[in-house]
Structures are given as C-alpha cells and as structure tokens.
Design a protein around this ligand. Structure first.
Ligand code: PGA
Length: 254
C-alpha cells in the first residue's frame, strides 16, 4: 500500500513550551504506526531541533518545516532555505500552502523552484493545491488544480515526482469547519492521480500519496481516509489538540 500520512500543520501557533508539551502528549499516546503509515509534524522553525530530538528514534514520526524560500541562499532577510532545513536533519517541508499563496503572493513558478530545492536536499515536499470557493461554485475546480500541478510539478522527472507528496486542500474548507464530503474528496483525488498518471505514468501515480486537508477532525477522519484515493490528511486546527490528532493518526488506512 502507498504511504498513508497524518500531517499536523501547527501554522503560527504555540510557544516553545506549549509546542514541547503538545508533541510529547502525542508521542506518549499509544500511536503504533505500521510500516506504510507516518505521522508528520509541520511546526514553526524555532522548534524544529527540539522536535527532532523529542521524536528521537520513534518509528515513522517525522518533523517538517512549513515553508522554505525559493532561492538557495543569499540576501533574503528573515527567510529560511531548504539547505538550512536539511542541515538540522529535517526531511519534510510543506510547499505552497494556500495561506502562503494568498498572504505572501507565492506563484506556481516560485513553488516549482521550492520543490527543486527540497528535492535537491532530499527533503520530501508536501505540495499543496486546491481551489477557492468561487471556483468550486463554478464547477471548474479540476481545471484550476490541474494548472497548479502543471505549472509547479510538470518539469520534474518521474523519479523526482516519486519523492513528492500532494495535499489537496480546498480553500473554502480550511479553518472554516466546512469539510469536503467524502465524495468530493475522492472525486478530485482520483482526478489528481489521473493527471499525474498521464504525465508521469501509472506507476508514479499509484505510488503517490495524496492527502486531504480542510477541517479534518477526529470525528470525520476515518470517513475521509476511507476513500480509495485519500491517503491521509494535512490537519490544521485539530492537530493542536493532542487527543484529536492521535485519533486522526489512528484513522489512517491500516
Ligand atoms: P484546518 O487547516 O484543518 O484547520 O482546516 C488545514 C490546513 O490549512 O492545512
């Protein structure tokens, strides 16, 4: 089975001590991840080293950055590069979250550059895509998402594509309490997989983990993750409550 992933996206939340105790609470719960399952914690930059040492050798648990800059290094005050992230032994990074696209004007072209840098430093990018509400209401979400994939991913080789995780996150479902229905999630995940199959081949598409994000909760995770093309979730709000995130991890396909 392809990798099933529960990824926590803490966004800009938690002080150092809150972060430490939240992560400890999750790690000390009885999460037993099977070889095809993983829990990923995308946490603020200042806590990456602490989190890596807390996780230690706990199997299939990984720390992730939430972003990296699209240039390799240089005069970009306040920014963090993929190489820096790798240098503190962090091997995952969210790329192109809709909040970054919206508030920091990240373009598909810049995201393509971020993906290249992540892959160069052997960091697994969790590439986010997804449409805003007017696009969903118009029914043109497939074309919208396909354009995001084409402009950020299609320059990759099939080998490089094999190291990418995709997170489909409809913007209208993020932090709104409005979740896509399992049918809506399955339908667009299957579409994303078909786009990848057409460009990179059936094997690459079948091995690709496609996560769903947007108001995933302890109560709806099992239903969402039960769909054949939904390989786990990228979870914001509910990942800030240890017991809820543990339930979400336990909802991964076994
Ligand atoms: P949410 O956020 O779970 O709070 O909707 C998801 C995300 O933005 O990754």
């Amino acid at each position: 089975m392809r990798k099933q992933i529960a990824a926590a996206n803490w966004k800009m939340n938690c002080t150092y001590h809150q972060a430490e105790s939240l992560l400890n609470d999750v790690l000390q719960s009885k999460i037993s991840l099977k070889p095809h399952q993983a829990a990923v914690f995308a946490i603020p930059f200042p806590y990456l080293i602490m989190a890596n040492s807390l996780i230690g050798s706990q199997t299939n648990c990984f720390v992730s950055a939430q972003n990296c800059h699209h240039k390799p290094s240089g005069a970009y005050t306040g920014e963090v590069s993929a190489e820096m992230i790798r240098s503190v032994s962090v091997r995952h990074c969210i790329v192109g979250h809709s909040e970054r696209r919206e508030y920091f004007n990240e373009t598909n072209q810049q995201l393509a550059e971020k993906l290249d840098l992540c892959l160069k430093y052997e960091i697994t990018p969790i590439f986010c895509c997804g449409e805003p509400l007017p696009v969903r209401e118009e029914g043109t979400q497939n074309a919208y998402v396909e354009k995001q994939l084409r402009e950020s991913l299609f320059h990759l080789s099939a080998e490089a594509m094999g190291r990418v995780v995709i997170a489909y996150e409809p913007i209208w479902a993020i932090g709104t309490g409005k979740t896509a229905t399992t049918e809506q999630a399955q339908e667009i995940h299957a579409f994303i997989r078909s786009v990848i199959a057409e460009k990179f081949g059936e094997e690459a598409a079948q091995n690709l983990s496609i996560l769903y994000g947007g108001s995933v909760k302890a109560g709806n995770a099992a239903d969402l993750f039960g769909s054949p093309d939904v390989d786990g979730g990228l979870v914001g709000g509910a990942s800030l409550v240890a017991a809820d995130f543990v339930q979400i991890i336990n909802a991964l396909k076994s």
